[in-house]
Ligand binder design. Structure first.
Ligand SMILES: [Fe+2]
Ligand SMILES: [Fe+2]
Length: 131
């Protein structure tokens, strides 16, 4: 079963792939800036929903998960800073560096999404045994 968080993750994956493809081609720095901007906007919305809606609800159900949730929230700050850095690189025409940094970002972000989805699967199992 796919919940809203997982559905948003798959949309973010598509935007991340588009940004990677744009940064891989030397031809269109403006397009690359545009795809990064779209990724940034979608990420901000997603981080905001996780911190204000989803995570507080999870923590209310499972207070024992508070340290895990805090780690995931801290990671959002780090992803924001990394994306800032990538945008700066791109504006300085460091396209190859921006692409390499976004590849590393993409790997770490996939692991972040997987950790969140694993937490949600655990909650779904809890809910299944509740009356
Ligand atoms: Fe997250
Ligand atoms: Fe997420």
């Amino acid at each position: 079963m796919e919940g809203p968080v997982t559905a948003e993750h798959r949309r973010l994956d598509v935007l991340l792939e588009a940004a990677l493809a744009a940064l891989a081609s030397e031809a269109e720095p403006d397009a690359a800036r545009g795809t990064l901007g779209a990724l940034r906007a979608a990420l901000e919305t997603h981080f905001d929903q996780e911190s204000r809606l989803y995570f507080p609800a999870i923590e209310a159900l499972r207070p024992d998960l508070k340290p895990d949730i805090q780690r995931l929230l801290d990671a959002h700050g780090s992803f924001r800073r990394r994306l800032d850095h990538i945008e700066t690189r791109l504006s300085e025409r460091g396209l190859a560096e921006a692409h390499a940094d976004l590849q590393a970002f993409s790997r770490d972000f996939s692991a972040h999404e997987a950790a969140e989805e694993a937490m949600l699967v655990e909650l779904t199992h809890d809910a299944a045994v509740m009356p």
